[in-house]
Design a protein around this ligand. Structure first.
Ligand code: FAD
Ligand code: SIN
Length: 528
């Protein structure tokens, strides 16, 4: 017997949890999340959330900074809307109990690359953890909200599951919930819902080196793509310029706020090289800084650059960056006196499931917010700390529309049980991990910071082979998390490569040596 809820939320990061808090007064809510509820990209966010809060700062400047970073692809009306709604979502977070850093009695506003003013609300260097915990505490024991941890969403339920042929040109697709795997029991259930929110986050795991935790496998985007939703701008993967270059550190992020405080990028001889690339130096938008480091490393033959904060007062460092300081110390680096070895790593997906200004996707009853969405805010390159802002604003807007939507919507009947027929428990999970590693290497080597036609073609061919092997394996095998994540990663890789191949110019985060310039007539979203 399927379970039924008014609202089904896939994902328990900032977007999913804040949506839950907002809709719970209108009906029953199920939050499905594949690990512990706190495990999300949100939980690891460091720098903060960008918003105009100082009386000397101006909405126009935040809008302008966002649009400049976005390299011509931001939707100006969306940027304007999000920036203007920023202060309200910050207030809401404070009302829910978030304890952001205070200086001289007011919110301490930090600075990051591409921002013309100090406007980053933060909780020292663990802003995401503060937001995640605040939201989880606020919804704890809410009578209308059930959280299903260790439940993995497999597929969105649409008319396809009622036997209708659904095509990519279909304008009449509805979402009725999702098939969900209980990862502790192996049982798959249909959870029916009047409205469904995709808040499954990004896809950093598709690259060999990424700042993201292992949950970031683009499941929601892959599910939406299979359900024939529109997906956009997937070629724009953002690489963060500064992650700790120590093998065991797993691309631990050294926040952009460190450069905002005056951190200087140096080569091994001590030369501060960023001015050679951009007059904004360390505070240029992060696509420029990441590409400059990549170029510098290639030209010099070095395998690392360094971030120097040794000139900044030690007390200031420990107050602003306690987590970064502590983590570096565990790897034997005292940041107050030693340079931090850093390299870029995959960080944030600007594309995703296409939504309108209220988080509606092209599928009726399916909403999307947070990193899995492409809302028009980021364009070809996201401005630092605009993603937590986007997640909060769009979950708020989607909540209003979804609450209205469920008034006229019914639970569907006749959804079949998950079909396990013809599958067995194949004891060859090594195939899954090998294919995953291969995919991550292909994406890192050929679809990274700098691309070319040849590299993209090569990536396409390799990915196709991995896809065929994996699909064959999938048809014969009982569903499991690792295999499903691999399929989802492959789907995302395919869309990223396809989108990158179709953009015959360089713009924002998509830089290709075969088409090194921005072309006016290519200034449009890549919609699949
Ligand atoms: P997430 O927070 O990633 O949540 C996704 C949720 O979906 C998780 O709970 C996950 O388990 C669940 N999920 C995924 N797939 C499934 C499935 N199949 N079934 C069930 N559940 C599933 N942005 C900023 O604006 N400022 C910052 O300072 C900042 N710092 C960052 C630092 C790091 C290290 C990282 C990785 C990101 C940072 N970002 C920052 C980006 C920002 O954190 C994310 O874009 C944002 O938190 C995304 O929120 P979300 O709710 O969309 O997704
Ligand atoms: C950081 O702290 O550098 C991350 C900020 C972001 O991703 O927006």
């Amino acid at each position: 017997m399927p379970e039924k809820y008014d609202f089904l939320i896939l994902g328990s990061g900032g977007a999913g949890l804040s949506f839950a808090l907002r809709v719970a007064r209108y009906g029953t809510v199920a939050i499905v999340t594949k690990k512990d509820s706190a495990e999300s990209n949100t939980n690891y966010a460091q720098g903060g959330l960008a918003s105009v809060l100082d009386h000397q700062d101006r909405f126009e400047d935040h809008v302008n900074d966002t649009i400049i970073a976005g390299a011509g692809l931001c939707h100006p009306e969306i940027v304007e809307m999000v920036v203007r709604e920023g202060p309200d979502v910050v207030k809401e977070l404070l009302d829910w109990g978030a304890r952001f850093s205070i200086r001289d009695g007011v919110l301490d506003l930090g600075r990051e690359g591409g921002h013309s003013y100090n406007r980053i609300v933060h909780a020292a260097d663990r802003t995401g953890k503060e937001i995640e915990q605040t939201l989880l505490t606020a919804l704890d024991d809410h009578p209308n909200i059930s959280i299903f941890e260790h439940h993995f969403a497999l597929e969105l339920i649409t008319q396809h599951h009622l036997g209708r042929k659904v095509t990519r040109h279909d304008d009449d697709i509805s979402c009725y919930g999702a098939y969900v795997l209980n990862t502790c029991t192996g049982k798959v259930d249909a959870i029916l819902a009047k409205s469904t929110l995709l808040a499954t986050g990004g896809v950093g795991e598709v690259y060999l080196h990424s700042t993201n935790p292992s949950i970031a496998t683009g499941d929601g985007i892959a599910m939406a793509y299979r359900a024939k939703a529109r997906v956009a701008n997937m070629e724009f993967m953002q690489f963060h310029p500064t992650t700790l270059n120590v093998p065991e550190a797993n691309s631990f992020l050294i926040s952009e706020a460190v450069r905002g405080k005056g951190g200087i990028l140096r080569d091994r001889s001590g030369k501060a090289f960023m001015k050679d690339y951009d007059e904004r130096a360390e505070l240029a938008p992060r696509d420029i800084v990441a590409r400059s480091i990549d170029d510098y490393l290639k030209k010099s033959g070095d395998n690392t650059v360094y971030l120097d904060v040794s000139h900044i007062d030690g007390n200031e460092l420990s107050e602003s960056f306690p987590h970064i300081m502590e983590t570096c110390r565990t790897y034997g680096i005292d940041i107050a006196s030693e340079w931090i070895p850093v390299v870029p790593a995959a960080h944030y997906l600007c594309g995703g499931v296409l939504t309108d200004k209220d988080g509606r996707t092209s599928i009726r009853g399916l909403f999307c917010a947070g990193e899995s969405a492409c809302t028009g805010l980021h364009g070809a390159n996201r401005l630092a700390s605009n993603s937590l802002l986007e997640a909060m604003v769009f979950s708020k807007r989607a909540a209003v529309v979804a609450a209205d939507y469920i008034k006229d919507s019914q639970w569907v009947t006749g959804i079949p049980e998950w079909d396990h027929s013809g599958t067995t428990n194949v004891e060859e999970s090594i195939l899954i991990s090998h294919n995953k590693q291969e995919l991550q290497k292909v994406m890192w080597n050929y679809v990274g910071i700098v691309r070319s036609d040849l590299r993209l073609k090569r990536a396409f061919r390799r990915t196709r082979l991995i896809y065929e092997e994996t699909e064959d394996f999938y048809q014969r095998t009982m569903v499991g998390v690792e295999l499903c994540e691999l399929r989802n990663l492959i789907a995302n890789a395919y869309i990223i490569i396809h989108s990158a191949m179709s953009r015959k110019e360089s713009r924002g985060l998509h830089y290709t040596t075969d088409h090194p310039f921005q072309i006016e007539k290519a200034c449009r979203d890549t919609v699949i």
